[in-house]
Design a protein around this ligand. Structure first.
Ligand code: 5AD
Ligand code: SF4
Length: 435
């Protein structure tokens, strides 16, 4: 018996899908990349913007025919949209066998066991090989939920308040992933750096994860600027295994908007923070999320966002069109016409793309240590994806020289030897052998 997973939304959902996949594998199912040979279809949904929810719902609608093609097929719908619209989903798609909301992901193991009719599949179970993940770069969830209430955001409603995994559980998960072949660990949480457990804070966790045998690289997403403390920055700067790259959502460059969004920092504080981090980690990449067209955003507010992008020179950024989420505080505010939101989105993208491309172009000729994730694809410590020409095995760390910068990817050639000719101005010199 095989299962197929379709994931919508953020990295948290990808990690949840992996976790649910592990439960299904523990029950003797094998993962497939082909929906036609699957008996269980798992759709992990997102509701952060209306568009994401609509896409998941039309996918679920199409599964009625998929399910009817073979007896015994099951459809499982999970995640944030499932949490938000459980009753609606069950009414509109009565053929769905199981709905598990984002708050109940940790119960998925038990629920899945009940779903899979063992009598029907015992024979197959004997032959199913419980496979494990073998990815080089893996995610480990350290906390769930969010204690913030940014006025546009549905996440606190569908994922609930923060709960933190213990250090022991997290380190155990890290060891499991390393045993399965992972070399790079990305710690995950909605406001990942607000982590606390007993006397431990996020910086302690970072240090502990970086010290796990076999871990070569550590990253984390998504941090909140408020918890980007000096201690976290110092830990990032001094621990060679933590990558010098950060995705730090800013949302807007206007203090009026930041206040209306209840983000808990000002533009000036964010700019200062970015400066502090870049000073501590020369050559780090900084990326961000931005929302355009939030209710009440004037042309002047929008200009402030554009000027902030210019000022901070983000290495890349995701620009989102504001989407009203029912039940959030901002849903009571008057929304702009879609055409205005579209126009600002386009203008913002142009600035972001131009700067991102300028930055990428400057990398041509420079050398980097990259970790091979899959055949011919590698990642720099600064989190650029590089296409490599040559024969390389996943999990290997090699040195490459960037030969070409495209809009979406960099290309690199394997570099052997002559490091004196390397001209990357921000080369990381901190890699030291483990004591
Ligand atoms: N509309 C548009 N973008 C949103 N985001 C979160 N909620 C909304 C919304 N209602 C964006 C934020 C966040 C990212 C994951 O999604 O920029 O950082
Ligand atoms: Fe949403 Fe704000 Fe929490 Fe991020 S910090 S998940 S944007 S409420």
């Amino acid at each position: 018996m095989k299962f197929y997973v379709r994931t919508y939304g953020c990295q948290m959902n990808v990690a949840d899908s992996n976790e649910m996949g592990r439960h299904l594998k523990a029950n003797g199912l094998a993962e497939t990349q082909d929906p036609d040979e699957a008996s269980v279809m798992l759709v992990n949904t997102c509701t952060v913007r209306q568009h994401a929810e609509d896409r998941a719902f039309s996918e679920i609608g199409r599964l009625k025919r998929w399910k009817a093609k073979l007896p015994g097929r099951k459809v499982v719908v999970t995640g944030c949209a499932a949490e938000r619209t459980k009753e609606y989903l069950e009414d509109r798609f009565p053929f769905v066998d199981l709905v598990v909301g984002a708050k109940s992901i940790e119960d998925f193991g038990q629920l899945a066991q009940r779903l899979i009719d063992r009598r029907e599949t015992d024979e197959e179970l004997d032959y199913a090989i419980p496979s494990t993940d073998d990815k080089v770069a893996e995610f480990v969830t350290i906390m769930r939920g969010c204690n913030y209430s940014c006025t546009y955001c549905i996440v606190p409603y569908v994922r609930g308040r923060e709960i933190y995994h213990s250090m022991d559980q997290i380190l155990g998960d890290v060891c499991d992933r390393v045993r399965e072949g992972a070399r790079e660990i990305t710690l995950l949480g909605q406001t990942v750096n607000s982590y606390r457990h007993g006397q431990y804070r996020f910086a302690d966790l970072l240090q502990a994860v970086a010290a796990v045998d076999g871990v070569e690289r550590v990253r984390f997403i998504s941090p909140h600027p408020y918890y980007m403390t000096d201690r976290v920055i110092e830990t990032m700067a001094s621990e060679p295994r933590i990558c010098e790259s950060l995705h730090l959502p800013v949302q807007s460059g206007s203090n009026t908007m930041l206040k209306a969004m209840a983000r808990n920092y000002t533009r000036e504080q964010y700019v200062k923070l970015a400066g502090k981090m870049r000073e501590a980690m020369p050559g780090m990449t900084l990326s961000t999320d931005i929302i355009v067209g939030f209710p009440g955003e004037t042309e002047e507010d929008f200009q402030q966002t554009l000027s902030m992008i210019e000022e901070l020179q983000f290495d890349w950024a995701f620009i989102f069109k504001y989407s009203t989420r029912q039940g959030t505080p901002a849903a009571n505010l008057e929304c702009f016409p879609q055409a205005l939101i579209e126009a600002r989105h386009q203008r913002c993208l142009e600035v972001v793309d131009r700067i991102a491309f300028e930055k990428r172009s400057k990398l041509v000729g420079t050398c980097h240590d990259v970790l091979i994730e899959e055949n011919n694809f590698a990642r720099t410590r600064s989190n650029y994806k590089v296409h490599i020409h040559g024969d390389v095995a996943p999990g290997e760390e090699i040195r490459v020289r960037i030969t070409n910068a495209q809009r979406a990817t960099l290309e690199g050639e394997i570099q052997n030897g002559d490091i004196t000719s390397e001209n990357f101005p921000h080369q990381d010199h901190r890699r030291v052998p483990r004591a």
